[in-house]
Design a binder for this molecule. Sequence first.
Ligand SMILES: C[S@@+](CC[C@H](N)C(=O)[O-])C[C@H]1O[C@@H](n2cnc3c(N)ncnc32)[C@H](O)[C@@H]1O
Length: 396
Amino acid sequence: MGIIERIDAPKSKNAPRTKTGHVKVGALQKGKAGATKKVTKLPLNSILKMDCVEAMASLPDESVDMIFADPPYNLQLGGDLYRPEGGQVDAVDDEWDHFDSFAAYDAFTNAWLKEARRILKPNGSLWVIGSYHNIFRVGASLQDLGYWILNDIIWRKANPMPNFKGTRFTNAHETLIWASKSEKAKYTFNYRAMKNLNDELQMRSDWVMPICGGQERLKRNGVKAHPTQKPEALLYRVMLATTNPGDVVLDPFFGTGTTGAVAKRLGRDWIGCEKEDSYCEVAEERIEAALPLDESSLKTMQSPKQKPRVAFGTLVETGYLKVGAELCSKNRKFKAKVRADGSLVWEGQEGSIHKIGATVQDAPSCNGWTYWYYKDGKDLKVIDNLRQTYLLATEP
Ligand SMILES: C[S@@+](CC[C@H](N)C(=O)[O-])C[C@H]1O[C@@H](n2cnc3c(N)ncnc32)[C@H](O)[C@@H]1O
């Protein structure tokens, strides 16, 4: 992978290097009129360090399978915000989030959505995440441009930031719009994978997930590397639901590269556009490195009655259990493999932890949580332990 910049001259021997030591690949060149020339080969698994409209303009028509966009929110913050005890609230007040007016924001939204539509394959799909500040404007623009809305997903934050002033409801969700290019498009939806991920229940349009924190939250010199880093679990579900391995996923507002990191984990190709130098470097480092898990916030154990529901797929989605891991029965007689959608496969049969647990025992039913074990060094541990670990680490 590498970072690609818009340049006036072809790459030289002394091409500049990023802080991580990677050559900055100068692949996108200015044409005569100053516009970026179109490339014939997609710059896969690269960050295009430039304005996303310009970056997308350099890519061929109908060349990407999915676009995930987390655009500026246009928060319009008026002054600093303080907690009751006096500390300053870490809000999004960066230059990239400033627009002079709603009209300016709409013009920007229209420009990137238009380019996104041109480079999207006919059966590709678009995801946009936003808050009440921008999502309604984005929704209207994309409908006006001919996109067809398939769902709006509510990401309910398990641990939202409080409303410090106590003047409004706690703002505890963001909205994701999922849209195809047209009403007739044959978009990808991996229905079965979603059902498996959700313990055999249809996946609903309200997703409860914690905001990005702990070890996953990237820091530079002890401070957050980016104010709006999204959790990998969110992207995992989006990609697992609406793309297939080998698909090309483009993110016009790459930030810390959450989309790229998850795409890499799931065997999808990715392209990121990001105009800020420091974010490009954070993203590049992140995608190259493996992410450690956050087990640091383990506190107390919960009784089974208090346990909120956790789907087995959530453990896979959040990396607590690796895709391809082997589970076995306590006596090690039966061994099954974990797949990306949280299903198990055993001797050619596939299904949930409960279904395959019942199948191997020739029993009418089975509680997969207590039947299956995973290897922890030389020991075997029941997968229910992982559910506990997850619950404790994500406790609000
Ligand atoms: C909401 S953040 C995305 C955060 C990202 N999803 C993550 O998980 O880290 C929006 C990002 O878009 C970048 N950005 C804003 N306007 C842009 C533009 N016109 N072209 C490219 N990047 C832009 C900002 O620098 C910022 O990093």
